[in-house]
Design a protein around this ligand. Structure first.
Ligand SMILES: C[S@@+](CC[C@H](N)C(=O)[O-])C[C@H]1O[C@@H](n2cnc3c(N)ncnc32)[C@H](O)[C@@H]1O
Length: 196
C-alpha cells in the first residue's frame, strides 16, 4: 500500500490542489498535517481543514526550527509507526545556513519509520539573472531566500534511496506533459527519497 500520511511543512497560502486534496482524491482516508509559521497562512487555515470524512487534516502554527514541537503535535494526527511523506517544498531556502537546514531535515527524517519518504523542492542558483534578482530581493531583508546548488539540494537526501529520476529540475520530475504543455527549464530542483 502507498503512503497515506503526509507532513507538509511550509504549507504556504491555500491554493488549488492543496496536499490533502490531491492525496485524498487518491486515498480518501489520507491524513495530512500542515505546518507554517506565517500568521497569514494561519488566518486561511480553515481552507486546509476540509478533509474527507474518512481522512483527517490538521494545521500547526509552528516553526521549522522547532522540530520537537512539530513532531509532538503532528503525532496527534499521524501514526509515526507507519510511513509518512515529509514534504519540504519551497521552505529550506528560508534557512540561511545550509548545515543547519541539513540538520533539521535529518532530525525530522530520523523520527520517521522505514518506508517513509522525503520530498524536497527548492530554488537553485542555476540562472544568473535569477541569482541577481534574489540577491537584490534579499538586500531588502524581508523573507530572504537562499538559492542552493543542485548538489546541495541532493545533499538533503543523504542516507535515503532516491526515486527515479533523482534530483532534477521540478519541471522534469515525472512531468505529465498532457497537463503542463511544453516543458520549460525550472530553476528549482526536486527529488523524492525513501527511507530504507
Ligand atoms: C515559498 S512558500 C512555499 C509554499 C508551498 N509549500 C509551495 O511549495 O508552493 C514558503 C512557506 O514556508 C513558510 N516558512 C518559512 N520559514 C518557515 C519556518 N521557519 N517555519 C515554518 N514555516 C516557514 C512561509 O511562511 C511560507 O508559507
Amino acid at each position: 500500500m502507498g503512503i497515506r500520511q503526509f507532513l507538509d511543512i511550509g504549507t504556504g497560502l491555500p491554493t488549488a490542489d492543496n496536499t490533502h486534496e490531491i492525496a485524498q482524491r487518491v486515498a480518501p482516508e489520507a491524513r495530512i498535517v500542515y505546518v507554517d509559521n506565517d500568521p497569514l497562512v494561519l488566518a486561511h487555515a480553515r481552507v486546509l481543514l476540509t478533509s474527507t470524512p474518512e481522512g483527517v487534516t490538521d494545521y500547526l502554527d509552528a516553526d521549522l526550527h522547532d522540530t520537537d514541537a512539530i513532531l509532538r503535535d503532528a503525532a496527534r494526527t499521524l501514526d509515526f509507526d507507519r510511513p509518512v511523506a515529509l514534504i519540504l517544498s519551497g521552505i529550506l531556502g528560508h534557512l540561511a545556513d545550509y548545515e543547519e537546514a541539513r540538520a533539521i531535515v535529518k532530525r525530522l527524517v530520523d523520527a520517521l519509520p522505514s518506508g517513509s519518504h522525503l520530498v524536497v523542492c527548492d530554488g537553485t542558483d542555476t540562472d544568473e539573472t535569477l541569482n541577481e534578482a534574489q540577491e537584490h530581493h534579499n538586500e531588502g531583508g524581508a523573507s530572504m531566500y537562499h538559492l542552493r546548488s543542485p548538489e546541495q539540494i541532493a545533499g538533503f537526501f543523504d542516507g535515503l534511496e532516491l526515486l527515479e529520476p533523482g534530483v532534477t529540475p521540478c519541471s522534469r520530475w515525472r512531468p505529465e506533459t498532457s497537463t503542463t504543455g511544453v516543458l520549460t527549464e525550472a530553476h528549482a530542483y526536486s527529488g523524492v527519497g525513501r527511507k530504507p
